[in-house]
Design a binder for this molecule. Structure first.
Ligand SMILES: *Cc1c(COP(=O)(O)O)cnc(C)c1O
Length: 367
C-alpha cells in the first residue's frame, strides 16, 4: 500500500506496560503501575456518579460541539466558549494542530527530550522537525527562538516538561512569547497544570487576549483522573479556533467523557487534595534521592525523573520483575534515568524500599 514514506520508520506510541500483562508475563500477583502519570487516587466520586447517569444514552451520538462542558470550562477559565477546542485527549488536539498547520514545506520547533507526540504527529505531516536539546532539563528558549524562520508554523513548549518535570517561569515565558513572530503558533502544553505549585508559573490564560498566536493545552487525564475517557482541550484566540475546528473529527469526545469532565471540574476539593498528596509524595522521593546521592530534577508535575547512572532499561527491568512498572529513560531521551509517577504514600514507600535494596546490592557487588 502507498503509505506516506515518513510513516515507514515510525512506531506506534509505546505506552507504559499494562498491569494485567505484567501479572501474566511474570506470574506476579501484585503489580503497582507508576508509569503513565495517572492519578493514584482515581477520580472524583462526582465524576463516577455523572458517568452512571449517562449509561442509557449510549446509542445516541455525543454532542460534537460539547456544549455543556464547553460552557463549564469557559466559566472555569474565564474565557469565551468559542475559544475552546475539545479533543479525544489533548493528544488529539496535538494531532489536529499538526494536521491543520503542518505540511512538507513547514517546520516545527520543540525541545528534546519532551513529549513524544509533537514530533510524531509532525513527522506524519511531513514537516521538518527542529529539536533543541534541553539545557539541564530546561527548555533552551533562546536557542528555540533562533530555530524559528519564515517556514516555522508551530513552536511547542511543554510546561512543566514531560519527562524532566521542571517548568518555565513567567518572565522567561513572556520574554519568549514576545519574541516569537506573530504568525507562528506557540503551544503551551500544560497537562500537569493542576499539580504546579511554583508561584512564578505563568498564567497563560491571561495572556491569550494579548497573544493571538498562543494556544494552551490542558487535559482531564492527569490530575482529574479521567485518562481512560480521553478528553482534553485547547484554549486560544476565537478566530484561530474557528479555522482549526474543521480539522476536528466529528463526535470526537464521548458523552461519558463530557459528563464526567463536567462533574470533575465541580470538585476542585478533590484536585486540591490530590495536588497536596502529590507534593508529599514528591518529598518522599526527594528525601530518598538526597540520602542516596541520586540526581533528579525538581518536579512541578506528578512524576520524577531520577538518574541512576546506569542503563534505564536495567533499572526498569529490575523493578518490573518485582512488580513495579515505571518508565525507562531510554525511550524518553534520558538513557541512565527512569521516570516514576508519584503514587500514594504506601506505593511510594514500597518502590523506594525496592530501589534501596537494588542500590545496596550494587554496592555489595562493588566492594
Ligand atoms: C499525558 C500528556 C498529554 C496527553 O494527555 P491526554 O491523555 O491525551 O489528554 C499531553 N501532553 C503531555 C506533556 C502529557 O504528559
Amino acid at each position: 500500500m502507498q503509505v506516506k514514506p515518513q510513516l515507514i520508520p515510525l512506531k506506534p506510541y509505546e505506552p507504559g506496560k499494562p498491569i494485567d500483562e505484567v501479572k501474566r508475563e511474570l506470574g506476579l500477583e501484585k503489580v503497582i503501575k507508576l508509569a503513565s502519570n495517572e492519578n493514584p487516587f482515581g477520580c472524583s466520586e462526582k465524576a463516577k456518579e455523572a458517568i452512571r447517569k449517562e449509561l442509557n444514552q449510549m446509542h445516541i451520538y455525543p454532542d460534537g460541539y460539547a456544549y455543556e462542558i464547553r460552557q463549564k470550562v469557559a466559566e472555569h477559565l474565564n474565557v469565551n466558549k468559542e475559544q475552546l477546542i475539545f479533543g479525544n485527549g489533548s493528544d488529539e488536539v496535538i494531532l489536529i494542530l499538526c494536521r491543520a498547520l503542518l505540511s512538507p514545506n513547514k517546520n516545527t520547533v520543540m525541545a528534546q527530550p519532551s513529549f513524544s507526540q509533537y514530533k510524531h504527529n509532525a513527522l506524519i505531516e511531513g514537516a521538518e522537525i527542529r529539536e533543541v536539546p534541553l539545557s539541564n532539563g530546561e527548555h533552551d528558549l533562546d536557542e528555540m527562538l533562533k530555530q524559528i524562520d519564515d517556514n516555522t508554523a508551530i513552536v511547542w513548549v511543554c510546561n512543566p516538561n514531560n519527562p524532566s518535570g521542571n517548568y518555565i517561569d513567567k518572565d522567561r515565558f513572556l520574554t519568549f512569547l514576545k519574541a516569537v513572530p506573530e504568525d507562528v503558533l506557540v503551544v503551551s502544553d500544560e497537562a500537569y497544570h493542576e499539580y504546579v505549585v511554583a508561584p512564578d508559573y505563568p498564567d497563560t490564560i491571561s495572556l491569550l487576549n494579548q497573544f493571538p498566536n498562543l494556544m494552551v493545552l490542558r487535559t482531564f487525564s492527569k490530575a482529574y483522573g479521567l485518562a481512560s475517557l480521553r478528553i482534553g482541550y485547547g484554549v486560544a484566540n476565537e478566530e484561530f479556533i474557528k479555522l482549526l475546528d474543521p480539522a476536528r473529527p466529528p463526535f470526537n469526545t464521548s458523552t461519558i467523557a463530557q459528563a464526567a469532565a463536567l462533574a470533575a471540574l465541580d470538585d476542585q476539593q478533590f484536585i486540591q487534595t490530590c495536588s497536596e498528596k502529590n507534593r508529599e509524595g514528591l518529598q518522599q522521593f526527594y528525601s530518598f534521592c538526597d540520602e542516596h546521592n541520586l540526581k533528579y530534577y525538581p518536579s512541578q508535575a506528578n512524576f520524577i525523573l531520577i538518574d541512576f547512572e546506569r542503563s534505564g532499561d536495567e533499572v526498569f527491568q529490575y523493578l518490573l520483575e518485582r512488580g513495579y512498572i515505571v518508565r525507562s529513560g531510554i525511550p524518553l531521551g534520558f538513557p541512565t534515568a527512569i521516570r516514576i509517577t508519584v503514587g500514594n504514600k504506601e506505593e511510594n514507600a514500597e518502590i523506594i524500599d525496592c530501589i534501596t535494596e537494588m542500590l545496596e546490592k550494587r554496592d555489595e557487588l562493588r566492594s
